[in-house]
Design a protein around this ligand. Sequence first.
Ligand SMILES: [Zn+2]
Length: 280
Amino acid sequence: MKVDYQHTLAREVSLSGVGLHTGCETTVTIAPAPANAGFSFVLADGSRIAATPEAVRSTVRCTTLASSTAEVNTVEHILASLVGMDVDNAQIRIDAEEIPIMDGSALPFARGIAAAGLREQRVPRRVMSLRSPYWHREGDKLLVCLPADHFKINFFVAFPEPVGNQFLETPPITPDYFLHEIAPNRTFGFRHEVEALYSQGLALGGSLDNAVVIDRDDYMGPLRFPDEIVRHKVLDLIGDFALLGMYPRCEVIALKSGHALHVAAARELRMPLAAAAGAR
Ligand SMILES: [Zn+2]
């Protein structure tokens, strides 16, 4: 049987842009890391935060990871890019407490990783395999993970018009599919929410250049895909599953779920007994 080995970047890559919340210019560097290191964030003062579900402090508006002394905001799209581009180990260095929002999508990160190239590490990949179905439900939100020999996502969202009901069934996710079909999809918000954030001095780096803004019955700008909203939800789910610290070899069925439910699922799926028992 063919062995899947771990990969890291062949060289480091840096990107700069504004932070969504502070509006300040920040630079992030994605650097190679040793086998079994997983993903971690290193701040300017040297403090390190490992990307695990236990490090999640908040999933309101963005995913924030924290240690006892440091925190880093808006980690979800860069983490999605690492998993989507088949990276197992990377150190992410930042000079601020926020990953730049870039164009609101994962495309700049995914392109940067593709340009850097990958280096195979002669250690077998850490993989999350299920023996039985796992599911987690909160109200009308549901996440089901089925045993599979690949990572595949089926996502359904239901929003008011103009978004409406959207459904995406991915093929088994490859770097090529992620780069072209998932990474370009931008984060989104409703106009009244965005205006409320501005009035509280939040989302200062947000603009029509880095988000799909949805007005009462139309989008305030052109879309990259007609179903950009559900595609972005798939992107966010991949980023949340990066917290597993293992490549998720499963088929996911997600109904109206979001960061909070995905992170709760990642926490449970890391506990082998809970996963085997199909907790809840
Ligand atoms: Zn997102």
